[in-house]
Ligand binder design. Structure first.
Ligand code: ATP
Ligand code: MG
Length: 413
């Protein structure tokens, strides 16, 4: 019996991994231009961290977490909670007034696997801590938009404000009364949510629920002066930076901790898994997790599987491997022996591959071609006797004799 990977857990094999590398390279470059620092975080955390930050009545905490119940630890379903835990634990707030951090890695959620929805998936998570300035919100979204543009990925940006603890309760009460009037027509999930998390009824994907919620009151019309002013300034910032967006009063986020700005990057090319990235502001969360009072924060996470699927759909997909400078084709035991030593010397500065099994020259030329080698060095008995190998430029097909010494070969390739 073969043992296979778990359902919803995926290997990323050569041929595909190049797209992941490309994605990460472009992302790291963009993050650096916006002056973000990387932080690397553990995968396991105390269950309490997620229960307290994400919220008990969310899909994630209710049914999606991988938890070792006896040990009270959980494999992180998202990165924000861990990042904030680290921010507090290392007093990063004392080092800089505003911390700009990103982290990249796997997250774990027990949900139904589909295209673009896995149980182990990867996120790039970006957070700014210590500022409630609406320009930061605009700048973060603009950075996300710039990254996606540089990747050649087309998305739309949807924006909403969820208000704050001052203005949300009154809105929530109005919404609950609207929902209560229509309760029998809503799906069973929404009937439950109407009590546990009524805002989530707004973004239910069931068509009947959507229809019922069409005329629901909009939070955007119930914001307090502070939230309204903030929301206007975020939009002004986006316009100043030339970032196109649309307002979506139905967009609420699945996590409890959001306030004010929330946003999603949406694609129309992945069917049901339309969100490639999402995030928002969470001004009270640092304090909730035991950090200093009044430490605002905002962040978002990009789903890497979905981005890679979109990269794969591009005509100009980056599928080339790392490339290869030189393939050494040794013919016969002595040729392979000489090649073995030369390869090691040349690898100090160039990439080299060779065949150790003494296969025919024809077979080795095939391997070199497949690997995309720029040059092939042929070493047979004649070459060994003369002390010169044959160096073939695979593009121009020109051949030259070259001294069988590391520096001489390096000088020619
Ligand atoms: P969805 O509505 O698709 O379930 P979400 O609201 O649960 O998304 P977030 O927690 O905001 O997602 O995570 C941010 C991004 O991470 C999503 O926009 C998506 O691109 C990606 N993502 C979330 N869950 C998964 C998953 N199970 N598999 C792959 N990518 C995921
Ligand atoms: Mg989800």
């Amino acid at each position: 019996m073969k043992i296979q990977a778990l359902k919803g857990f995926k290997d990323i094999v050569p041929g595909e991994v190049e797209l992941w590398q490309h994605l990460e390279t472009v992302a790291r470059d963009v993050f650096a231009r916006f002056h973000f620092s990387e932080i690397r975080l553990p995968i396991l955390e105390e269950t309490e961290l997620f229960a307290r930050s994400i919220g008990e009545a969310t899909d994630i905490v209710e049914k999606e977490m991988y938890t070792f119940v006896d040990k009270k630890i959980t494999m992180r379903p998202e990165a924000t909670a861990s990042l904030l835990r680290a921010y507090i634990e290392h007093s990063l707030y004392a080092q800089k007034p505003v911390q700009r951090l990103f982290t990249i890695g796997p997250m774990f959620r027990h949900e139904r696997p589909q295209k673009g929805r896995l149980r182990q998936f990867h996120q790039m998570d970006i957070e700014v801590l210590g500022s409630e300035n609406p320009r930061i919100d605009a700048e973060l979204m603009a950075m996300g938009a710039m990254l996606l543009k540089e990747l050649g990925i087309t998305v739309s940006l949807e924006l909403n404000s969820l208000g704050c603890p001052d203005c949300r309760p009154a809105y929530r009460a109005q919404l609950v009364s609207y929902i209560t009037d229509r309760l029998p027509s809503l799906c069973s999930d929404c009937q439950r949510r109407s009590v546990t998390n009524p805002l989530r009824v707004l973004d239910c994907k069931v068509p009947a629920c959507r229809e019922q919620m069409e005329g629901a009151p909009s939070i955007q019309e119930h914001l307090c002066d502070g939230c309204s002013d903030h929301f206007q300034k975020v939009q002004a910032g986006l316009r100043q930076l030339g970032v196109v967006f649309s307002l979506n009063k139905f967009m609420v986020r699945g996590l409890d901790y959001y306030c004010r700005t929330t946003f999603e990057f949406i694609t129309s090319d992945l069917g049901a898994q339309a969100a490639v990235g999402a995030g928002g502001r969470y001004d009270g969360l640092v304090e909730t997790l035991g950090g200093p009072k009044n430490t605002p924060g905002i962040g978002f996470a990009l789903g890497m599987e979905r981005l890679v699927l979109l990269l794969q759909q591009q005509e100009t997909a980056v599928t080339e491997g790392a490339g290869l400078d030189l393939f050494i084709a040794g013919i016969g035991e002595q040729g392979v022996h000489a090649g073995f030593g030369l390869a090691h010397e040349i690898r100090t500065v160039r990439s080299v591959a060779m065949d150790h099994e003494g296969r025919s020259l024809k077979s080795q030329m095939k391997q070199a071609n497949k690997a995309g080698a720029r040059f092939v060095l042929i070493i047979g008995d004649t070459e060994l006797a003369s002390g010169h190998g044959i160096l073939r430029n695979m593009k121009t097909e020109e051949q030259q004799n070259v001294l069988l010494s590391g520096p001489a070969i390096i000088g020619c390739i």
